[in-house]
Ligand binder design. Sequence first.
Ligand code: UDP
Ligand code: MG
Length: 318
Amino acid sequence: MNNPEISVIIPVYNEEESLPALFERLFPVLDGLKRPYEVIFVNDGSRDATLPLLLREQKRCSDRVKVVDFNGNFGQHMAIMAGFGCARGKMVITLDADLQNPPEEISRMVQCVDEGHDVVGTVRKVRRDSLFRKTASRLVNRLTNRITGLSLRDYGCMLRAYRRDIVDIINESAETTTFIPALAQKFAINPIEIDVAHSEREKGQSKYSLFRLIRLNFDLMTGFSLAPLQAVTMSGMLISLLSFLFAVFMFIRRLVVGPEAEGVFTLLAILFLLMGVTISCIGIQGEYVGRIYQEVRKRPRYVVRKVYGAWEERDGHA
Ligand code: UDP
Ligand code: MG
């Protein structure tokens, strides 16, 4: 297919168990749209049978399936970035491979783009994840909106559609650490969010450990806001002011009551608290500095081992 209207990008990392069901459900939905489409699978350094499964599917529908094979694990957002780099559709849809986002929702998203929306976000109506993930993500969504000044109801749901002009802008922002839904939202003029169904992960496990989730959220915060740095400065100023007032009070007290040396443990507690605050503040600065360092080293953001697909490649290393 030479001029696909719709490109579907799917990042895949160790999803051998989910892939057969994905193929079975995705292709009928796309065929049903009756428009030329392409599907780009990005294999993000899987160590299981993911690649052979993808390649078999690519052979079967070689006119509309492309497989971009990374030479390591560069993360979901980089995988999507690589997909964006070679997508040719007038609209691009991203989807997880684990079928937690039902492919059946794609037609509604396409309809929204047709109606003139440049970014279509989705909100998981009834979320099928652990209570811990749900509560944490509710808090994080709220906090992130506060900090970044964006307004997304569900940052975590990667079933999204982007119009060509937005994809072009994202391709121009060659960031090493990023969070694609937030990036798109920043450039969108007429975004919309629709409610979609959400299923439990039936096969395999989530690829995000708690540690990885925290790191991803730091990418989001540092990538889209300087508010944490300003909060550090403000709290430093507040603590200094309070300490000054306290010192004046202690000085007067010393003149009135005389020297006192009790309450050592209270003092220790306050000291430890302030030490914790100080270390966290250095950490927050470090999060920014580390990302600046990554950015200035200018290493490739991801490395493509090979691209399997009939049509030519627009973007190899990036
Ligand atoms: N994924 C990826 N690289 C990674 C982690 C995840 O390409 O380093 C893919 C994964 O295969 C899936 C999607 O990103 O298609 C979302 O991952 P997952 O379902 O594990 O995340 P969760 O739904 O638990 O947030
Ligand atoms: Mg999932």
